[in-house]
Write a protein of this length. Structure first.
Length: 365
């Protein structure tokens, strides 16, 4: 198996609401609220009409995207033997993702994220981690980790106690490890631990500009570039409207963001852009240098899946684990792609530009 994701197993529950529902329930539009009270969360859910449910979570979103691009992938995440747990496992199976966890009845229910979409297409999220946040090292499939070329972890999963032990055990067992810093809140909460991981234990790191600058207490982005060169690890950093940057040793590759895009829905944009594509195309950790660039094209490809499309603006570099993408009769071996994910139509999401700071832990891929 090429890539194994380990993260919070969260069922995304998509609901359409009016603006007054957001105000009535004291939610902040466009942001995520983490619920700790199961009863409070259940009461909120009971007042909603569910449009669809999707097997989500930050890493799981990326893993599904990789599967849809033809990669052999797997996922480990803790769920309970309940209605949402069954939906979660079935959802991954439908996406050809190997699920390495035996579902059983837990004290807490399966983790759930309510994605409330208002008429202006903005998302407000309410998350109850449930049993997802209780993962421990006994939940890990040791053989699956050892047989994977690379494992992909999320910062959301890191927490003191059992989750942290599971996290560290997975790294120790892995061949190569990638990790997303996930959120500035996670970075600020676990700064010393995350800094040690980035410097000493990870091969590939994903972050947005705010996360990486907070991690190293940088005042200017030039300090991030210098840091990336010094640690000699591969950093992929999204910068909102300023695009994205790849730092590998002394090689810097900058990718501009598309301008004047019509943003319809930002759900899961960060999960399905820089992260999973770079993992898919970067297993060898070769240098993504400009000198290796075959072309910076404007080839447009449509890949139709059961309920959404990929709209690809392809950036191609060589010397990387090849991914074969067919565009009509044209076959391309790709290294790096900026992706726009589009549920039920084309929407603009380019390399997480304009969405990195908004996209949270879950969402449709």
């Amino acid at each position: 198996m090429k890539i194994l994701g380990i993260g919070n197993a969260i069922v995304d529950v998509i609901c359409k609401v009016e603006d007054n529902f957001i105000k009535k329930n004291n939610l902040t539009k466009g942001l995520m609220k983490l619920f700790f009270n199961e009863i409070e969360f259940t009461n909120l859910l009971s007042n909603l009409k569910i449009e669809k449910t999707i097997s989500g979570g930050s890493v799981a979103n990326s893993i599904v995207g990789l599967s849809q691009l033809g990669n052999k992938v797997g996922f480990i995440g803790k769920i309970s033997d309940d209605t949402f747990g069954i939906k979660y496992e079935d959802g991954l199976k439908k996406e050809n993702v190997n699920f390495f966890y035996t579902r059983k009845k837990e004290i807490l229910p399966t983790g759930t994220c309510l994605i409330l979409i208002t008429p202006d297409s903005e998302r407000t999220m309410c998350t109850f981690l449930g049993t997802a946040g209780k993962i421990n090292k006994n939940d890990l499939d040791v053989e699956a980790i050892k047989k994977s070329d690379l494992i992909f972890l999320e910062g959301y999963l890191w927490d003191e106690g059992d989750p942290k032990e599971a996290f560290e055990e997975a790294i120790n067992l892995s061949n190569k490890t990638a990790m997303s810093l996930s959120d500035k809140f996670c970075v600020d909460r676990h700064k010393s631990n995350f800094l040690d991981l980035v410097k000493n234990k990870l091969d590939l790191v994903f972050a947005n500009e705010a996360e990486i600058m907070s991690l190293i207490d940088a005042k200017k982005f030039d300090e991030v570039i210098l840091f990336g060169k010094q640690i000699k690890k591969h950093l992929i950093i999204t910068r909102g409207g300023k695009g994205a940057v790849s730092i590998y040793n002394n090689e810097i590759v900058e990718i501009d963001a598309k301008k004047d895009l019509k943003i319809v829905d930002l759900t899961g944009a960060d999960d399905t852009t820089s992260k999973f594509l770079a993992i898919s195309l970067k297993l060898s950790f070769s240098k993504p240098t400009k000198s290796n660039c075959l072309r910076d094209s404007s080839i447009i490809a449509f890949f139709k899946f059961p309920w959404w499309y990929f709209f690809l603006d392809i950036k191609i570099y060589t010397n990387i684990f090849p991914l074969l993408v067919e565009v009509g009769t044209l076959s391309l071996s790709l290294n790096f792609i900026s992706l726009w994910a589009a549920p039920e139509g084309i929407i603009g999401k380019t390399f997480s530009a304009l969405s990195t700071h908004i996209s949270a832990s879950t969402g449709p891929r």
